[in-house]
Design a binder for this molecule. Structure first.
Ligand SMILES: [Fe+2]
Ligand SMILES: [Fe+2]
Length: 472
């Protein structure tokens, strides 16, 4: 009986019903997942009905089913994008051979590490965001954060599926460990730095979903090129969901910018704090912070690991299959930003160890597009200010620039210069306290907090004043 319920509860397109061994592994893991969700998932609202999107299949009809559900009853499914018949490995030493349907034995350890590192970010972000429901700026936003949270939960399921299905006992141990690490915990932190930072307020949440979920997009896109076909198909489907997370970030920041501009015009001042808005310099400092911790996630500029992942056929470039070079890159070069004494210069480096930097370039270019759209909102309001991405060397903790102080416009600074200026460039405690003071919940239908404009439209064709979360 329990088995039947269990299978019905987990929508999937991986023939779960026919794989007894996998079923047993997931059956053992599922209650632990729910326990983690209860302990570390969203605080409050767990008994409330939320208007959520659930994937029940990967086709156009099934991938986005909307309806009211309480979060613990959410149907976290396991989906792989449809297989491409005859798919071959697209790059590296194995280029042209049939894509692996089982783990290539010689790459097992590396592949497991890649999957675990990706998997670890999924529950981490849920943990980081767990207190935000209590200070939501609207029911619309409350619904959106819960959508992001349940889908990060589903992404954890996706990685656990790969670990349980392909890595035997090691995989099951890793699946357990994914539920045991905790964001920001001194003894058992999450693997990557940005996922141990706090997400204390909604401004940080929107910045996180814009900048850090976008790192996720680029990592997933390069894993979607993997020669290990189940990983490729898993990541391809995850990317469809990731798009919504970045939408939440981009439109969230855009709506704050919009509201700030309205207050600036209405009160003829740049200082909108007395009017309960978030001033543009504060937005710029939050942007600087979240961009810099997110570019760190791409790793060192020169990395033998990155070269190996590529040569082994495990992790490709962004849009690998669309590129027209030899997909081996043994003799190619790539321009990499480097420190040369007091200056930052660009040098041609061997392409293979420069793959992190190349992916970072794709990411930075993508980030800039949203910033341009925010600036359009400011321009349309007739205000002569621009938000800017800081230089990639600004405020780094990883790679060639970790040891130096660099200004947002890319000048190498002395420690004294940095100390004198850093509060202009990064959120201060006073900024955090001010933003924190704005975080008063607004849960009345159709109402929005004063510091953020309503969205242009609602979710899934619903009006913006729809009851996205049923609180009564
Ligand atoms: Fe995710
Ligand atoms: Fe995400």
């Amino acid at each position: 009986m329990a088995g039947i319920d269990y299978l019905e509860r987990i929508p999937n397109n991986v023939n779960l019903a026919e794989n007894r061994r996998l079923q047993r592994a997931l059956e053992e893991w599922q209650p632990k997942f729910l326990e983690w969700w209860t302990d570390m998932g969203p605080v409050g609202f767990q008994a409330r009905e939320v208007y959520l999107r659930t994937a029940t299949s990967v086709d156009a009809q099934g991938w986005a089913q909307f309806g009211f559900v309480t979060m613990p009853e959410y149907r976290w499914g396991i989906f792989l994008a449809e297989p491409e018949p005859g798919r071959t490995i697209g790059f590296g030493d194995h280029k042209g051979r049939p894509a692996w349907q089982e783990i290539p034995g010689e790459h097992r350890g590396v592949l497991r590490r890649l999957i675990v590192t990706q998997g670890d970010t999924e529950p981490a972000s849920v943990e980081q965001q767990r207190h935000l429901g209590r200070t939501c700026p609207s029911l619309y936003d409350l619904r959106n954060i819960f959508q992001v949270n349940v889908e990060e939960g589903r992404h954890l399921w996706a990685m656990v599926y790969l670990l349980d299905a392909y890595f035997g006992r090691d995989g099951r141990e890793e699946s357990e460990a994914l539920l045991q690490r905790r964001s920001g915990d001194r003894d058992r932190p999450r693997i990557l730095g940005a996922f141990n930072e706090k997400t204390p307020d909604w401004l940080s949440f929107f910045m996180f979903t814009y900048f850090t979920d976008r790192d996720g997009k680029y990592q997933l896109a390069s894993l979607a090129e993997s020669g290990f076909d189940p990983l490729s198909r898993t990541c391809r489907f995850m990317l469809t969901e990731e798009a919504h997370h970045m939408f939440v970030g981009e439109t969230g920041i855009g709506r704050i910018v919009q509201r700030t501009c309205e207050l600036m015009r209405e009160h003829k001042t740049d200082d909108v704090r007395p009017h309960g808005g978030i001033d543009l310099p504060t937005l710029q400092r939050y942007l600087n912070f979240h961009f810099s911790v997110s570019v760190d996630l791409f790793g060192s500029e020169i990395s033998t690991n990155a070269a190996n992942f590529y040569t082994m056929g495990l992790k490709g470039r962004f849009e690998e299959t669309k590129k027209t070079d030899d997909h081996r890159l043994k003799t190619a070069t790539y321009p990499v930003a480097e420190l040369d004494g007091e200056r930052i210069v660009t040098r041609e480096e061997p392409a293979l160890p420069s793959l992190n930097e190349r992916l970072r370039d794709d990411y930075v270019e993508d980030c800039a597009r949203g910033v341009a759209r925010w600036n359009q909102i400011i321009r349309k309001a007739g205000i002569d200010v621009e938000l800017k991405l800081p230089h990639r060397a600004f405020h780094r903790a990883i790679g060639a620039f970790a040891e130096v102080r660099v200004s947002p416009d890319g000048r190498v600074l002395s420690e004294a210069e940095w100390d004198a200026k850093k509060h202009e460039w990064l959120p201060s405690e006073a900024d955090a306290a001010y933003v924190g003071s704005l975080m008063q919940p607004v849960t009345e239908r159709g109402k929005f907090a004063n510091w953020i404009a309503p969205p242009a439209r609602g979710i899934n064709g619903q009006p913006t004043d729809f009851e996205y979360v049923r609180l009564a």
